[in-house]
Design a protein around this ligand. Structure first.
Ligand code: CAO
Length: 427
């Protein structure tokens, strides 16, 4: 048994933000029915293609454990099938451009009329207000949500991050909203509308930067390197390079091999509680008691000097040696791991965080498995569906179409090319 067994999800999502959410629901056991435009499907199927003719990794890595039905939701038969899907499903998830569902004739009011128990969950770029009609992609959200203005170095331009805070971030927020709404429905019997705006999701993840914005009123942010460098603070939270975001100063430091390996670095946190161990490790025992070094507040204006001394030591070790030496001493450090190192990590494979998946068109590939582990609801990652692979199965087994009624839908063109639908079902 899985946690969300029995929950049916009408998955009207595409690209990244919505699919990350419905993939999690599928991993938790929901039956996720991905509705795709006939002959086209989710645009990512054919974006960044690495194996000609096969679905891209962009698509396969975001759509595991789902079933696919082709459906033109803009013609009459298609609308009738969509209405049946809304009747049958517990959750509808969508991340179309603002207004697209209304233009199809499926406003929230209409959806509630069809099924008052349904939860309708949406990702949009912005919440209600002056930007609510905008189309938005990942990096725009990172910029509009406070991530870009606080990422990078003071002297450089704002930076976007590799972590997909703008898409996968809101996907996670939406997933939490959906399961919370399902829980509330247990008591009220009613569905509700769930919105995760991308700007809001990024801002939630940038909460500590808004903390610092307000702390500026009380004076300079003493834990930022900028303070020790004597650089005045402006009106907004500045970019802080690799400074730790919390009260324990930390930075990225070079390790042995940095000249040729772009990832030969470690993150090193000078946690106050282990200052004495740090001083011993780097050969500066005198800093344990020296005036100006012994306590955290005294050291704040000398962070550059402290980290230079630390780096002189880390440069004599590999990033893994730094970890091996510091871990037993409770000094918090972490190697900068490359994507190559991560994808080859046996430990991550053992826990199912990295998984190998086979695919009929592209063969085996590695993917990121479910990052949330439930002891009573294990996850088995299965491959993403081919376009329309389950069209007939869903029409027949989920929606109850049979005989001439089923033939009528297939021959109407609403679920794609009739011959192809039959061939796919046969294979
Ligand atoms: N049958 C018929 N029509 C369909 C359909 C189907 N099965 N599925 C989609 N369509 C139609 C939509 O109804 C829409 O038609 P209208 O413009 O006539 O209303 C059209 O396809 C295009 O949908 P879209 O506007 O959502 O897609 P887009 O490629 O132009 O924009 C995106 C993509 C992501 C910018 C936009 O969907 C968006 O802003 N979404 C919300 C924010 C979001 O999730 N962004 C993150 C994306 S991940 O990086």
């Amino acid at each position: 048994m899985k946690a969300l067994d029995g929950i049916k999800v009408l998955d009207f999502t595409h690209v990244q933000s919505g699919p990350t959410c419905t993939q999690l629901l599928a991993w938790f056991g929901a039956d996720v029915l991905k509705v795709e435009r006939p002959g086209v499907g989710d645009a990512t199927r054919k974006q960044l293609v690495d194996v000609p003719g096969a679905d891209s990794l962009y698509f396969t890595m975001l759509n595991h454990n789902k079933r696919s039905i082709e459906l033109n939701s803009k013609n009459e038969t298609g609308k009738a099938v969509l209405t049946r899907l809304i009747e049958e499903c517990d959750v509808l998830v969508e991340n179309f451009a603002p207004g697209a569902l209304d233009r199809m004739g499926f406003s929230w009011e209409r959806i509630q009329e069809i099924n008052p128990r349904i939860i309708m969950a949406s990702v949009k770029g912005f919440g209600p207000g002056k930007y609510e009609d905008c189309k938005v992609y990942e990096n725009v959200a990172q910029c509009a949500g406070g991530s870009a203005s606080t990422t990078g170095f003071r002297e450089g331009p704002p930076l976007v991050t590799g972590a997909q805070l703008g898409d996968s971030g809101p996907g996670l927020h939406l997933c939490l909203g959906i399961v919370t709404a399902l829980y509330q429905r247990e008591k009220t019997g009613r569905g509700q509308k769930v919105l995760a705006a991308m700007q809001d999701g990024v801002l939630n993840l940038c909460r500590v930067k808004l903390r610092d914005q307000q702390r500026l009123k009380a004076g300079p942010l003493t834990e930022y390197s900028q303070f020790g460098e004597g650089e005045p603070f402006g009106e907004a939270t500045p970019r802080a390079g690799n400074d730790s975001g919390g009260g324990q100063p930390g930075r990225i430091l070079k390790c042995k091999g940095w000249e040729s390996d772009p990832d030969a670095y470690t993150y090193f946190i000078t946690q106050a509680a282990v200052w004495e161990q740090i001083c011993d490790v780097i050969g500066k025992p005198e800093w344990k008691t020296a005036e100006g070094y012994a306590t955290p507040p005294e050291r704040l204006d000398k962070l550059n000097q402290v980290f230079e001394a630390l780096e002189a030591w880390t440069m004599t070790k590999t990033k893994f040696e730094v970890m091996d030496i510091c871990n037993p001493l409770n000094i918090p450090v972490g190697p900068i791991l490359s994507t190559k190192e991560l994808i080859e990590d046996e430990g991550l494979r053992a826990t199912g965080t990295i998984v190998d998946v086979d695919h009929p068109e592209r063969g085996p590939y590695a993917s990121v498995g479910c990052p949330i582990k439930l002891s009573d609801s294990p996850v088995e990652v299965t491959r993403s569906p081919l376009l329309g692979e389950h069209t007939i199965e869903i029409l027949r087994d989920v929606l109850g179409y049979q005989g001439s009624e089923l033939d009528e839908v297939i021959n109407s063109g609403a679920v794609g090319d009739a011959k192809q639908v039959a061939d796919t079902a046969a294979s």
